[in-house]
Design a protein around this ligand. Structure first.
Ligand code: NAD
Ligand code: MLT
Length: 537
């Protein structure tokens, strides 16, 4: 249904449940097809009560987007996380339901890196305590001696976006940078001018100051406990502007009491937003209430970015920052579009031509097709294949999971190299039977179907198509042409392909409108027609 057909398009509903910038809200509200509710800091009970009516939910780090919420959110298509970390969002739960999760990983990293440095300086120089003492009328310097950063060794755990920005900035202080991150190539350490630590222990032993920039995962929760603090230099200084609980809070507080850790700068605690960490109130600790991204610049960027992502998802467009889809640079998306349309069209063909349930799908990407983000194309093929046969929503997010759940084994092969044809070949296996299909994308990004079960064509997928199998004998084309002409079905294109040795042929017609069942039955009964099916792409 669309507005051109004269019907009123139902507006998609967006709930903004945590504070984002005015610019972000305005951008959402400016979309004519969206109905936007802004209810910052909505109570959990109320959220669970109303979420069933929304297509999109925008949150920051406080709202727990979990099974309880998904169960109530029957219409939800997209969760927009205005920020970076997605540890408050159950990604698997979203994926299972075909809900796209988008975030804004780049928008606040500069602010977070700068706040890390601010916390480092403040905690190493007792800035906050000094200010508090002055407010209490005490002018005292004796106990407030700090340390210089100059020529100190900074140990960075996690050298991703923020870790790298911190590393770059610390060169200005003439610090020595070392880092532990087993998931990135050596070249990244070299490029950032930091020495690689093969183990966490390596980093602990050498660092004067430790800063952590990993995501919160099963592996990183409690990454530093009493055992790790015991391996550090006495008087080590520590900062955490990533996530609460990466350093075990109780053990860190104990290490501070024992003088193992001399100072702590924290932006994050375990029980946010409750101010109940044992580190809050210790004189050696500076703690801020998750302010890393709280700058005007970051919030404007985050608000605008999340609004744009949510709008794009609701308008059916591809988005570069989908957390539960393969990462694709915005520049690659344009090239990929033709392949995605081709993949979906090839996938959709199968169950419209046969009813045999498939247990295997082999895909071969050749030439230019093999250079693309093929995981995405595979998902589009599966989406096309399964959408007509499954009750639940199948999309790019959950297509692989839906295939797996149905017992379909999917294999992907790639044939690269000079002069290879730009082609995607599919073999749909159903027990001992199989159906093949193939296609390519032309330089103008147009998908073409080039093969169906061994018959060769060059057909641009169209909304209404007829695929007919017939005997290879004179008069077949004429019969169908006459019949459709009498039934006022306008044939846009018609192609015939044959296998000479079998005396069999296949016709693919694109038509301007749906052909009704009665007309199709007449086609099927024509002399020499073996089968004829309406295909909607
Ligand atoms: P990122 O994904 O770019 O980088 C994370 C890095 O951690 C990656 O290089 C990864 O390889 C590494 N890593 C993962 N597991 C590791 C392990 N076990 N040991 C060592 N390294 C490991 O993330 P980012 O954008 O740099 O964000 C870093 C953290 O900062 C995240 O936790 C994010 O949520 C948080 N963050 C906080 C604020 C704030 O307001 N305080 C703002 C933005 C981001
Ligand atoms: C983030 O992950 O982006 C930060 O923690 C900031 C925020 O949650 O707003």
């Amino acid at each position: 249904m669309n507005q051109q057909e004269g019907t009123i398009m139902e507006k998609k509903r967006v709930l903004v449940a945590e504070r984002i910038s005015d610019k972000g809200v305005e951008k959402l509200k400016a979309e004519a097809n969206l109905d936007v509710t802004v209810q910052f800091d909505i109570k959990r009970d109320e959220l669970l009560k109303v979420i069933g009516g929304y297509d999109a939910l925008v949150v920051r780090s406080v709202t727990k987007v979990n099974e309880e919420l998904y169960d109530a959110a029957k219409k939800l298509k997209v969760v927009g996380r205005a920020g970076n970390g997605v540890d408050n969002i159950d990604i698997d739960g979203a994926t299972k339901r075909g809900i796209i999760v988008v975030n804004t990983p780049e928008a606040n990293v500069i602010s977070a890196a700068e706040h890390t440095i601010g916390l480092m300086l403040a905690s190493c120089r007792n800035t906050v305590r000094a200010n508090k003492m002055l407010e209490e009328g005490i002018w005292e310097r004796k106990d407030l001696k700090g340390i210089e950063l100059y020529h100190k060794t900074l140990g960075i755990i996690g050298l991703g976006r923020i870790g790298a920005l911190v590393a770059k900035r610390m060169h200005a202080f003439d610090m020595r940078g070392i880092a532990y991150d087993p998931y990135i190539p050596d070249s990244r350490f070299q490029r950032l001018g930091v020495e690689k630590c093969e183990t966490l222990d390596d980093l602990l032993k050498q660092s004067d100051i430790i800063t952590i920039h990993t995501p919160k995962t099963e592996e990183t929760i409690n990454m530093l406990t009493a055992k790790e603090w015991a391996k550090c230099k006495k008087g080590v200084r520590v900062v955490n502007c990533a996530r609460g609980g990466l350093y075990n809070e109780q053990d860190l507080a104990e290490a501070v009491k024992q003088g193992i850790v001399a100072s702590v700068g924290l932006d994050v605690v375990v029980d946010e937003p409750k101010p109940i960490s044992p580190l809050i109130g210790m004189p050696q600790c500076v703690v801020t209430p998750h302010l890393g991204a709280s700058t005007f610049e970051a919030q404007d960027k985050v608000g605008l970015a999340i609004a744009e992502e949510v709008i794009n998802v609701l308008n059916g467009k591809m988005v570069p920052n989908a957390v539960n889809l393969p990462a694709i640079a915005a520049t690659e998306l344009e090239d990929l579009r033709g392949y995605l349309r081709l993949g979906e069209a090839l996938g959709k063909l199968y169950y419209q031509l046969t009813k045999d349930p498939i247990d295997r799908l082999d895909i071969i990407y050749e030439g230019a097709a093999a250079q693309q983000e093929t995981q995405m194309i595979t998902r589009s093929i599966l989406q096309g294949l399964l959408t007509p046969v499954l009750r639940e929503r199948v999309n790019m997010v959950n297509a692989e999971l839906a295939a797996e759940t149905r017992g379909i084994t999917v294999t992907e092969g790639k044939v690269k190299g000079e002069g290879r044809m730009n082609r995607i070949q599919l073999r749909f296996g159903a027990g001992d039977k199989s159906v093949t299909a193939a296609g390519m994308v032309s330089p103008d990004n147009q998908p073409h179907i080039t093969e169906l079960n061994g018959y060769h064509f060059d057909v641009i997928p169209a909304p209404y198509m007829i695929v007919a199998r017939n005997d290879d004998k004179p008069g077949m084309i004429g019969q169908i042409g006459t019949l459709f002409g009498a039934g006022h079905v306008n044939i846009a294109t018609m192609q015939v392909s044959r296998k000479k040795e079998e005396g069999a042929a296949m016709m693919v017609l694109t038509v301007d409108s749906l052909v009704d069942k009665a007309t199709l039955d007449i086609v099927r009964n024509l002399d020499g027609i073996v089968d004829a099916r309406m295909v909607r792409l």
